[in-house]
Design a protein around this ligand. Structure first.
Ligand code: FAD
Ligand code: NAD
Length: 473
């Protein structure tokens, strides 16, 4: 008999969700991770600390915005130690809570690093270096990902940070260069800008958030340009060297006229993507396969080529999002329990927690164009939303991507404050195969931003109460 029925390697939102669900379904479960409590990247150095800091940034921005309505709070005074303290309390509270829930579920939480001895057993190295063996019926690999580095840019200097170092908030640098205009660059760049840094973003492609629909990104880009010293597109960092009091950076690409190719910044944040942690020691002693991009290969039930081993989360592929990892966790556990399951969502929501937020799910306009799939797009501009006007935030759009024949909602994109909360209704609509009429006929509370979803459906029929746009004959 094995020591445990299920062992989960890595306690991020994929791993701990798998362990918890496995225990809820009656399995004897062990969960291995070096951290004091479950949480992984998301809770310790990802989603949660970044959102705590973005909340502070929102308050700073909102207070400034209030001047336009006759309410002034004065310039913010930033006590960086207290800001850091708040973020740390958030992390401790949540990871501690998750640790408690693991105990209540009688999960054997093993603090250590796992290596495969073979397809039925692990060697676990504890904090103190002591090694132990754990045999299992099934294992789920949920080892996540780590920041990607750029040769010549990610130099060994405390001034050149990855997201983990930036979340540690060493100080508020006078100037910060953000390399990579993706999720992390825009979220953490916004945090530092709100705290008072002069932020420059350098992005190698021709736009921020490559891949996302341009009509949504353009609205965010305007705002990012307004809070940053510069946003450099089609530009790369050729080299970085530490100099006295800063980091000297040489750019390569289309710089605005008059801008120097070499500039010095107090700090640099490198946020150019993440790499899967698939080099789990001893994996070569199993039949698990890793593809060319470094992701562990899995089937629709998240099974690997080794029948006793499953894999989920960032280590198996994109999108590298916490909620995708947690959902895969349930699929893998059910497959291990012998149920016929598959990971085949119609909509995985994506949210960029900037101001304004950008969120989308299901089919995007870009993907529809790539697939040469005919779609009708119904857009509701927030300038026509009563709620948006009361918030003085008409810089938003809600759009539905609709199949013109069946009138089914295939995808939804939203930009505007609160888009991340609004997208959940869209996920339910896409997953349930709702039609534009379903959304149109569902009464939404007034005045709320959620009405923009209903009114976008009304736009599709040329019948929006607040937008006069008759349907073309
Ligand atoms: P991870 O969370 O990466 O956890 C893997 C765990 O495995 C780690 O604790 C690691 O130490 C452990 N491990 C690795 N190897 C071993 C081993 N051999 N033995 C034992 N343990 C091991 N996603 C969102 O959905 N929303 C967000 O707002 C968001 N914000 C983010 C902000 C930042 C700054 C970053 C960096 C990421 C963010 N993400 C966000 C992405 C999200 O954090 C990841 O998608 C998610 O954490 C992946 O979960 P996971 O379970 O696959 O792995
Ligand atoms: P990303 O893939 O979102 O963005 C990286 C950006 O860097 C891209 O725009 C890319 O074109 C650019 N880039 C790459 N190499 C470059 C170079 N040498 N010079 C200039 N630009 C370069 O990656 P990220 O921002 O590091 O985030 C990693 C992942 O973590 C995300 O893809 C996402 O899956 C996850 N994440 C999610 C959230 C969220 O859900 N809100 C937040 C943070 C991170």
């Amino acid at each position: 008999m094995s020591d445990t029925q299920l062992v989960v390697i890595g306690a991020g939102p994929g791993g701990y969700a798998a362990a918890f669900y496995g225990a809820d379904r009656g399995l004897k479960v062990a969960l291995v991770d070096p951290a004091p409590n479950p949480g992984g990247v998301c809770l310790y150095r990802g989603c949660i600390p970044s959102k705590a800091l973005l909340h502070i940034a929102d308050v700073v921005n909102e207070a400034k915005h209030a001047e336009a309505w006759g309410v002034s709070f004065g310039a913010p005074k930033i006590d960086i130690d207290k800001v850091r303290g708040f973020k740390e309390r958030v992390v401790t509270q949540l990871t501690g809570g998750v640790g408690q829930v693991a105990k209540l579920r009688k999960i054997d939480y093993i603090k250590g690093t796992a290596a495969f001895k073979d397809a039925r057993s692990l060697e676990i190295t504890g904090e103190d270096g002591k090694k132990s063996t754990l045999s299992f019926d099934h294992a789920i690999i949920a080892t996540g990902s780590r920041p990607a580095t750029v040769p010549g840019v990610s130099i060994d200097s405390p001034r050149v940070m990855d997201s983990t170092a930036a979340l540690d908030l060493p100080d508020v640098p006078k100037s910060l260069l953000v390399v990579g205009g993706g999720y992390i660059g825009l979220e953490l760049g916004s945090v530092y800008a709100a705290l008072g840094s002069k932020v420059t973003v350098v992005e190698m492609t021709d736009g921020l958030l490559p891949g996302a629909d341009r009509d949504l990104v353009n609205i965010l880009a305007k705002r990012i340009e307004s809070i940053c010293a510069a946003v450099l597109l089609n530009t790369k960092v050729a080299s970085v060297k530490e100099v006295k009091d800063g980091v000297s950076v040489t750019f390569e690409g289309q710089l605005p006229e008059g801008m120097a190719k070499e500039q010095t910044f107090d700090r640099v944040l490198v946020s150019v993507g993440r790499r899967p942690n698939s080099a789990v020691p001893g994996l070569d002693k199993t039949r698990v396969k890793v593809n060319q991009r470094g992701f562990i290969e899995v089937d629709e039930a998240r099974g690997t080529a080794e029948p006793t081993i499953y894999a989920i989360g960032d280590v198996v592929g994109e999108p590298m999002l916490a909620h995708k990892a947690s959902h895969e966790a349930r699929v893998a556990v059910e497959a291990i329990l012998g149920e016929r399951v598959a990971f085949e969502p119609a909509a995985i929501p994506a949210v960029v927690f900037t101001d304004p937020e950008v969120a989308w799910c299901g089919l995007t306009e870009n993907e529809a164009a790539k697939q040469k799939r005919e779609v009708t797009v119904a857009r509701f501009p927030w300038g026509a939303s009563g709620r948006a006007i009361t918030l003085d935030r008409t810089d938003g759009v809600t759009k539905l991507v609709i199949d013109p024949k069946t009138e089914r909602i295939l995808g939804v994109g939203i930009v505007g404050p609160g888009a991340g909360e609004l997208i959940s209704e869209a996920v339910v609509a896409v997953e349930m195969g709702a039609t534009a009429e379903d959304l149109k006929l569902s009464i939404h509370p007034h005045p709320t931003l959620s009405e923009t979803l209903m009114e976008a459906a009304e736009v599709f029929f040329g019948q929006s109460t607040h937008v006069y746009k008759p349907k073309r004959k």
